[in-house]
Design a protein around this ligand. Sequence first.
Ligand SMILES: [Zn+2]
Ligand SMILES: [Zn+2]
Length: 476
Amino acid sequence: MKRLLLALLIVATPLAAQPAKLRALIYSGRNNHDWRTTTPFLKKILLDTGRFDVRVNEEPAGNSAATLAPYDVLVLDYCGARWGETAEKAVERFVASGKGLVVFHAASYPFGDAPILGDNMTNTGKFEPPWMEYRKMVGAFWSKAEKPITGHGQRHSFKVKWTRPDHPVACGLEESFWATDELYHGFRMMPGVEVLATAFDDAKFGGTGKDEPILWTVRYGQGRVFQHALGHNVAALQEAGFRASFARGAEWAATGSVSPPASGKPKTRLLVVTGGHTYDTTFYTLFDHPDLAWDHATSNRAAFKKDVRDNYDTVLLYNMEQELNEAERKNFQDFVEAGKGVVTLHHAAANYNAWPWWYEQISGVKYFLKPEGGRPGSTYRHDIELFVTPAAKHPVAGDIGPMHLTDEGYKGMWISPKAQILFTTDHPDADKPSVWTMPHEKARLVTILLGHDKLAHANDGFRKLVKNAIDWTAGK
Ligand SMILES: [Zn+2]
Ligand SMILES: [Zn+2]
């Protein structure tokens, strides 16, 4: 019975904790803008909210209702040729049936009264007649044939002001935000549009001298459309106001509401220690994760000069040093005894040859810098081809599987018989164990011998190994 209850809990917990993601599809692939950089950025904005699963389609022509059926919202980062009747009717019906549409920057422009100029435009090179339903969906259209011409002045920095601060997209945000972007003007607005935000289009930059609509919503059938006129390039998308308004607008288009910001899990606090050994700066990219907050100590003495128990969850040693005074050693030991984590990485295997606490209880390894007690010094060899194989199931090993790297091998070290080996290698110039955990009453300890230079740093298996080791030693 107990076992059954446990099984039920294991099954039920992730379901309860993880609400279903909103499914967004981005149409991209043709634009008079750099869609190859903007589309991935838009995707990332949505993914970073934790609320979306996002797919990208770079060739919308020929799509059908079945293409769109799984999605809650369609995002258009597209400015190019028409899609053909099947695909266009599918989009109309998708939105009208009660789904969401986000029209981003130049996506308000195509299918209008003039051919689109520039790269990657029409398939035929010929003018195509306007798609009239598209104007209704967007809530506006561009006029290139009749004055005043729809367009924009020079790019510059300007404030975007919410005109409907009570709307779910704007609710709780500051009354305005900065944009560094094009400021579109001269839109031909369709009936039923609700303008959420405007910006003053200064004549000094070629503007109209009036407030111009920037963000708006419109209903199309049962569906919700959110139009975002900003976003000329990635720098424009990086503006905090853009990211917030785009993500919230997409959520509103998908659902009709915007949930309060997720409180977010606290980040893992990591202290990275280097010193006494050179390394490639690609090392830093190992910590490029949104859930990590890491500090860098450039020597072990700097790392442990004070009590760090309250500051960090785990420490990663990529130093190669012998000297640590009594007070610093005590801070290190207090950190471990407080039940924190230690990751020993690569050349840190040669740390503290004269500190048995370190190599017997923490790293589980001693790289002999010189012969000792009749035993020869350990050896290293650069740029060897290592085949590294999982040896045990463990959260640190995860689903990484076998690795094949060009890395440095160490041989002739003392390795603790207490080590629980997670990965091994069979190279003649390397000791067999490559990765292990050390048992400890309170702390969590992982040692990884791999990781000499940029070749290892770039290997995705190695990168996951380091991240898993950080997470696990931090108790995550
Ligand atoms: Zn633009
Ligand atoms: Zn090395």
